[in-house]
Design a protein. Sequence first.
Length: 511
Amino acid sequence: MSPFETPVVCAVIGRTRHKMMQAELEEAGKQGAKLIELRLDFLSKPPDFKRLLEGRPCPLIATFRRPADGGQWRASEDQRFMLIRQAIVAGFDFVDLEIDIIDKIPRFGKVQRIVSYHNIQGVPDNLEEIYKQMCAADADVVKIVVTAQTPADNLRVMALLKNAPKPTVAFCMGDMGTASRVLGIRLGMPFTYGAFNKERQIAPGILSFSELHKTYSIDKINAETKVFGVIGDPIGHSLSPLIHNAAFRKLGMNAIYLPFRVPRGELASFLTGYREIPVHGYSVTIPHKEAAAKCATECDELVTKFGAANTLVATETGFHATNTDAQAALDSLRANLPLGADNQQVPLSSRKVLVLGAGGVARAIAHALHKEGVYVTVTNRSEERGAKLAEEVGCKFVNWTARHQTECGTLINCTSVGMHPNLDEMPVHQSFLNPELMVFDTIYTPETTLLIREARTRGCHCLTGVDMFVRQAGLQFEQFTGQAPPLDLMAMVVRKALSPVHIKEEGESAP
Ligand code: NAP
């Protein structure tokens, strides 16, 4: 029923100048695009169809989107109809027609009609009725795009795809809808849309053409693809989809890992609703770690102790919750301990560790180190929280103002001081740093914090948060799949994503 053999990413190109639109068309062709939508409403001058169609690298969709539907069209409806008719005659392969105007635009030649409905406010109560009407209309492809206000909206839209009588593209806009743009492919959507140049703000929540190919491997997704994901709010900048999907690809697994934005307080209903997909496992991040521990039907020892989980694995009856942060931090420290004078690693248990912070990560690390027999001191800006953690762990607490007087051989920063965007902050004075000190900064955005930079300058043995981040993801991957994670590849992917050079390349990838 699909016009394509395998699922396709439709590259969406919207530029104000013909020259740039042509340049992106050519580049999309070089990057293997199999379908391109030209958002002709973006053009600042009337479209020159001949110019845009010559040398087309693949089938083209002509779209003139109205502002009410999220577009840039500024002139009258009559002028829009005239240009749509001209685009059809000029030889576009597909034309996008909103459901309310299809009677005004007659079918012509072989041009295929994508009959669309957009709602930039939310999901209408009569969504299913609208879809029924669209399927009955003269459409080759039916397209429904609404805006997710809750995670459950994605499920409602995806339900349309289950018994679709016509090729249907249905998904949710907005960052809460991002996952539906990929999940719909599993349910038979012939294509999904990807912004060829993400800086152009084509549509809220849209992924880029490049990430849909490289990270989500859209053309490999089918009904058997296993689904995993990360739950958080916000979630748009999470690196987890990048590394887990890279690992699936490396091991040749038919699996996909998606970002799910779930607002605080909605985790329980989300987990229940999304069982129907089903999702086999989740990474859990802020603000859901405590809620995840509460929602789980089984918890491992650490989760019970901390009351917080960063991993949920689906079981027959619910979810098994674990916390991979503590193990990852220990593995990371053990693998990176400095060598002593005898060229042997000084064992972890003989080190005095000062933990800065008393949040989730500090808690996991302080407990784990104490259990290993390490002499731990906790310090925290908020005295009450820090003292409570120290009491819970059974270790020493020092006041934040007294932290520089603490004797230690290893300093672990578990605060967010120095994290993006506060790059010029560090949690200790530089005079505290000496060549005998090992410095572990758990922050990984950026990898080289000011603390790490200063510590390196002063000859400290340093460990960054990337190693721990990759290991905690690796432990999750093992729980999700039962397979050993390709840690080197995962670390490489994270470092590439964090490198300023790469960010520049991404931003400049298209003319
Ligand atoms: P959290 O629960 O929110 O705790 C934040 C901690 O930072 C608290 O102790 C807080 O002190 C302290 N803090 C914040 N601003 C401060 C300031 N201006 N001065 C002094 N202390 C300040 O966060 P979390 O989940 O534990 O995460 C903490 C850090 O760990 C994050 O920055 C993140 O980058 C890193 N992390 C790394 C990994 C990894 O795998 N490498 C994983 C997760 C998190 P108060 O109690 O006084 O507010």
